[in-house]
Ligand binder design. Structure first.
Ligand SMILES: Nc1ncnc2c1ncn2[C@@H]1O[C@H](COP(=O)(O)OP(=O)(O)OP(=O)(O)O)[C@@H](O)[C@H]1O
Ligand SMILES: [Mg+2]
Length: 355
């Protein structure tokens, strides 16, 4: 049985449909990410799971319990809010104790619980410091300790790393994942950062306009995006317009509007159908296809990123980007150069409708 099940959740704010018929099941101990652009309803979804917001329609289940109308303190849910929401006039210890008092934990047990929570996030001895005297990374840990101290069944993390610099973000994200696995706690992790979602989730949902556009493991969603919108949101992608010319033997030929042809895996699309041909920059191989006359693309621009170069290429009127892994190439490319290229058939995605 799923640990958390969201059934037909709808939430409006005036005319804004923040969450639109959301259905989702998350298993016990799963690390589940909600990924989506700003305003797609991520925070609203978490607030409904925590009980800070009531859905207009729908039911929230924790295992076989309907918790939809329970108060936050009746739910055993720990939440780290976007921007932490620590109480600035309180010490670290008082911040952490807040949820324990709301849950009527015996006063004599509170100091021990605070120490244990601080120990979990590597902040031993910080209980008497004012929270305003802590760095962003330390405040983030206090927020996590405050969420964990109530020994929640379910942990909700709302963009917990957005205020940290790039290095601390990666470090802290690994710590959160390790802690989550150690405690075996069912976790919802909200982010608009695709790398975070891909790196640490057991499964993820790409939310667009209050609805999951796709749910799956990071590999499933990245490698087999269900729509052009998902592919565009999750990672980089090239999109070119074309028309199905013919299909046979597990393969289809698409004539691009730019004039050249490209091969794609077979799909149920009839000849004449307008399509979008999509591929990741990493899919472009900068070498000729075996036994075929080389297609030569012109280099329009080159951006150096350290381990790779991002190239903008043009071939017969179509522009697309490609990533050149510098480990495999020692020849430097410059704008105006001509390079042979090939896009393997299996790396091509087709979506109905033009770009
Ligand atoms: N209390 C509120 N009153 C009115 N509108 C709200 C309220 N909370 C959220 N909204 C609206 O609902 C929509 C979804 O908001 P939500 O905060 O859930 O988005 P989000 O995905 O968390 O975005 P972000 O990535 O920017 O945090 C937005 O259009 C937002 O303006
Ligand atoms: Mg938000």
């Amino acid at each position: 049985m799923a640990h958390v099940r969201l059934e037909h959740l709808v939430k409006h704010f005036g005319p804004v449909r923040a969450v639109d018929d959301l259905n989702l099941s998350v298993q016990q101990g799963e690390f589940f990410s909600l990924l989506g652009p700003s305003g797609c309803g991520k925070t609203t979804t978490l607030r409904m799971i925590a009980g800070f917001e009531q859905p207009d329609v729908g039911t929230i289940w924790f295992a076989e319990r309907d918790v939809t109308s329970l108060k936050p303190s009746e739910r055993q849910v720990g939440m780290v809010f976007q921007n932490y929401a620590l109480f600035p006039h309180m010490s670290v210890g008082e911040n952490i104790a807040f949820g324990l008092k709301a849950r009527k934990v015996e006063a004599g047990d509170i100091p021990r619980r605070i120490r244990q929570a601080l120990n979990r996030v590597d902040l031993n001895g910080y209980e008497d410091r004012p929270v305003t005297a802590l760095s962003g990374g330390q405040q983030q840990r206090v927020a996590l300790a405050r969420a964990l101290v109530i020994e929640p069944e379910i942990l909700l993390l709302d963009e917990p790393l957005s205020n940290l610099d790039a290095r601390l973000r990666v470090e802290t994200r690994e710590e959160i994942r390790a802690l989550q696995q150690e405690l075996g706690i069912t976790t919802f992790y909200v982010t608009h950062d695709q790398d975070e979602a891909l790196a640490q989730s057991d499964r993820m949902a790409v939310l667009l306009d209050g609805k999951p556009a796709q749910i799956g493991t990071p590999r499933e969603v990245y490698n087999a995006p269900a729509s052009r919108e998902v592919m565009a949101f999750l990672g980089q992608a090239n999109f070119l317009s074309g028309e199905i010319e013919a299909g046979s033997n597990g393969s289809m030929t698409v004539r691009l509007t730019a004039g050249w042809k490209i091969h794609a895996p077979a799909q149920a699309l009839p000849a004449g159908r307008k399509v979008t041909v999509a591929f990741r920059p990493h899919a472009v191989e900068l070498q000729p296809e075996d036994q075929a006359p080389a297609m030569m693309a012109r280099v329009i621009s080159v951006i150096y990123t350290g381990p790779a170069e991002e190239l903008l290429l043009e071939y017969e009127g179509a522009r697309f980007s490609a990533v050149l892994n510098l480990k495999d190439h020692d020849k430097r490319l410059h704008p105006g150069d001509l390079v042979p290229f090939h896009i393997p058939k299996k790396r091509i995605h087709l979506f109905p409708g033009e770009v």
